[in-house]
Design a protein around this ligand. Structure first.
Ligand code: NAP
Length: 334
């Protein structure tokens, strides 16, 4: 990530023995877990990933993270959190975990050509917003293209906005955006919504929201910032252009949990199960609310949570996971 964090860039200072805590992932949950684990003197190692920092690295200004009255840029917030964790002894490996073995303790995590041993693991690998996959979307991401209405809606006061998707998220975000936008146009690839009846009814009865059916976004138009979209009717093949100050892509998220498939319990969509959600629970009723089905492995943030998905809730869960890991290590006599 190229951040200047002298003194805590740590591959060199990490010893090759078993680490008490290894955190996989470096968004708000991973870095908060690292901060708490570091302050508990557990010298956590953070496998921060090649593209470190999580989803906030893709945003511009964050106005809803408590403590920043004037807002903070997403990447800056992540740099601050990383520095704060480093200050207490967290160390970082700027590479991706490519495999994990949670079948025996110490656990092992493969990173590049290294194998890292861990008495406990905190999984905070997050989720990724699904994207349309067109070049103009990438080019204008953070410049009018957004995957988060809650984060970015308020920057588009009085402007016409387009939202892509037909699920509950798209309806919820469309309704939220009506607070700011002059108009909200939902573009959906079919002629029926996937969203629940109640969300559909709310969207249909809001007079700021209109729908363009059977259509996909061929191109996001804009020079430096979004000015509109080119749409393609998937039935007729016709293309049309619509004016838009912002394009919100709300076609779902995917949890980054493939590394743990077959080892950690997850739901049908790949979100990790923790605490009382577990069906293979090694400690029913335990206070270790972020425990996974593998004793000594904890999980936090968007790889678990598909409901709230906020930086602050992820950070809160990361804190919980670190406290759980600390308690478990103590109970397990490590
Ligand atoms: P979702 O239910 O998977 O819906 C994704 C939508 O995006 C679908 O309409 C899908 O179209 C469309 N889509 C997917 N890929 C696309 C592509 N490449 N191009 C264009 N359109 C594409 O995801 P979600 O809306 O994020 O919801 C996720 C889960 O959270 C759901 O279980 C939902 O009920 C829940 N949720 C609930 C609430 C609430 O109740 N308030 C709010 C948010 C989320 P198709 O319909 O054609 O597949």
């Amino acid at each position: 990530m190229g951040m200047d964090t002298p003194g805590n860039d740590a591959t060199n200072s990490r010893d090759s023995g078993t680490n008490k805590v290894v955190v996989v992932g470096s968004g708000p949950s991973g870095l908060t877990a690292a901060l708490y684990a570091a302050r508990a003197d557990l010298a956590p190692v953070v496998v921060e990933g090649f593209a470190a920092g999580g989803q906030l690295m893709l945003t511009t200004e964050v106005e809803n993270y408590p403590g920043f009255a004037d807002g903070v840029m997403g990447p800056e917030l992540m740099a601050i959190l990383r520095k704060q964790a480093g200050r207490f002894g967290a160390t970082f490996i700027t590479d991706d975990a490519t495999a994990v073995d949670l079948s025996k303790r110490p656990f092992s995590i493969e990173v590049g050509s290294e194998s890292i041993a861990a008495e406990s693991v905190i999984v905070s690998t997050g989720a990724s917003a699904r994207m349309l996959g067109i070049p103009s979307e990438q080019k204008l991401l953070g410049r009018g293209v957004s995957t988060c209405a809650t984060c970015d809606g308020a920057f588009f006061r009085g402007q016409p906005l387009v939202i892509v998707g037909g699920g509950d998220s798209a309806m919820e975000e469309a309704l939220f955006l009506t607070r700011f936008a002059s108009t909200v146009t939902v573009v959906h690839r079919r002629d029926k919504l996937r969203a629940s009846k109640i969300m559909q009814d709310r969207a249909f009865s809001n007079n700021k929201i209109s729908f363009i059916w059977n259509s996909t976004v061929d191109e996001v138009i804009g020079d430096g910032k979004v000015s509109g979209v080119r749409l393609r009717d998937v039935v007729t093949g016709d293309t049309t252009e619509a004016e838009a100050g912002g394009v919100f892509v709300a076609i779902g998220h995917d949890p980054n949990s493939s590394l743990f498939r077959g080892q950690l319990e997850m739901d049908a969509k790949g979100y990790l199960l923790v605490g009382d959600q577990l069906t293979h629970d090694w400690a029913p009723g335990s206070i270790l609310g972020t425990r996974t089905n593998v004793e000594g492995v904890f999980a936090a943030g968007d790889v678990v949570d598909h409901v709230y998905r906020q930086a602050v809730t992820a950070a809160g869960m990361g804190c919980m996971a670190a406290i759980d890991a600390e308690r478990w290590l103590e109970l397990a006599g490590h």
